[in-house]
Design a protein around this ligand. Sequence first.
Ligand code: M6R
Length: 608
Amino acid sequence: MCGIVGYIGPKQATTLLLEALRRMEYRGYDSAGIAVINGTGLKVRKAAGKLSNLEKQVAGDLPRGTVGIGHTRWATHGAPTTPNAHPHTDQSGRIALIHNGIIENSGSIRKALLKRGHTFTSETDTEVLAHLVGELYQGSLEEAVAAALREVDGAYGIAVICTEEPDVLVAARNGSPLIVGIGESERFVASDASPLLEHTRSVIYLDDGEMVILTRDGYRVRDLEVKHIDKPVNQIDWDLATIERGGYEHFMLKEICEQPESLANTLRGHLLEDEGTARVAGLNLTDDELMSVERIIITACGTSWHSGLIGEYMLEELARVPVEVEYASEFRYRNPVVNDRTLVVGISQSGETADTLAALREARRRGARTIGLVNVVGSTIAREVDGGTYLHAGPEVGVASTKAFTSQVAALALLTLRIGRLRNLSILQGRQFIQALTSLPAQIEQILSRTDELKVLAERFFTGNNALYLGRGVNFPVALEGALKLKEISYIHAEGYPAAEMKHGPIALIDENMPVVFIAPRDAVHSKIVSNIEEVKARGGKVLAICSEHDTEIERLADATFTIPQTLDLLTPMLTVVPLQLLSYYVAVRRGCNVDQPRNLAKSVTVE
Ligand code: M6R
């Protein structure tokens, strides 16, 4: 979603804000803007399109001032035009405001403001909020913001400045992430930690309903009434080099190639090989509590939902607990059967996905224990759940999720071991599972050493605008994930399907122009999927199979193959997905697409 940043300190704000927006551009990139306060008032600059358009606009005429706010937008209300870009100002032009989220009652507030003589220059809900703050301003920005926010419904992370109070920056959050950075005589506020790292590692994570009032030398946190809130200062322990491209052409490629390490990091310190189990201390659940779990619901969105489906196979097979996997966006609005014997697992790379957060809150309201498998440390989901584990995959910047997926599946494997060993899994099975898990990083390394083969296959197979991905069992979710990766970064229409379902409809699509990617490692359903490949070949389809080494049967049938090393059936997704990530990457690069910032998408979806 949108990225917001604010600065107050001794330095010139414009350069600093532009650098910060560059780091957050992955959050939204359809327009950008800044506002700074200087002796002559408020300087606002905005441009539609990429951040580079804004940079060009201000080059040679950098607005001067040491307090300012900046925004990179992912449109919700109104098209991605310059007038709709943030910051927005109030009627008097004294107040500038940036916003990430949606003000749900902006329509009625706009009508009331129009009646009172306000005029608007954009279609946005944010401009309405800026006008409301301006109307309520009576000499204290802090009080005007608090009063305005008491009138609005919806989600927001906002930062506000006012020419009448050039030494104050006010920010507030409700449903959209906001982090405060505490530097030496300077303060920052941002949607995530990435723009803060080069300035400070000391941060405060704001919670919903909280406001922060920043000055150069101090800060105060309060609620929307008058209550003061004491907040702990946390230290961020990852550094800037970890989020830079490090010689790779794109973040996505870097992140795909980091998987041997990211996966090892997810597993590190959790495996107890002698006992054939996993230690997941962060779950905050005793053995008795885990034994009393009657049902598990996994809830997530997008790629994280796909990893959840793989978790279902693992948990049911090895831990023998009934599992359901639900799209968070659906779960939050139904009337799910949940009680205190239900364990609800939320999976999220960002830890900020609005639907997943709302689903977990709903589950808690209904008495369930909630746990989070989350990558971003200190994110809202991580802080709100009853327990969980961090993925430790490192920052994922590419909008297409890659290394977070393999780490999510690994975290689900840890959960499976932990619950499985209490119930159904023997010590020998547990040890075997651990040995296979610990071999995966090296096996991924082997796959990555053959990326050239995938470059050639990408050229050869994906020449049209459609593709079909078919898998069975635990590799059916991998088919979904392969199709999602392809469509989101290369704009080729791709569908993932259970291979046997194909004959109930999608088979009609098959001809010599339709590439069909089979995910077909040698596993319990191997003979079944071989029959499905035969069915496609019989209709002239073009088959690319991801299969196990030395699978002569599939090699004979398919038009091309890419082989993966042998592992346990349930762990194959962590290997089969890697060539699919690389295939979509090479297809997108060949088509000239913006791999790291695909159109219409955002890294962290903080609106519903
Ligand atoms: O941060 P989350 O894991 O909660 O995000 C969920 C989805 O928005 C995300 O996986 C999305 O589908 C990605 N673009 C997939 O590559």
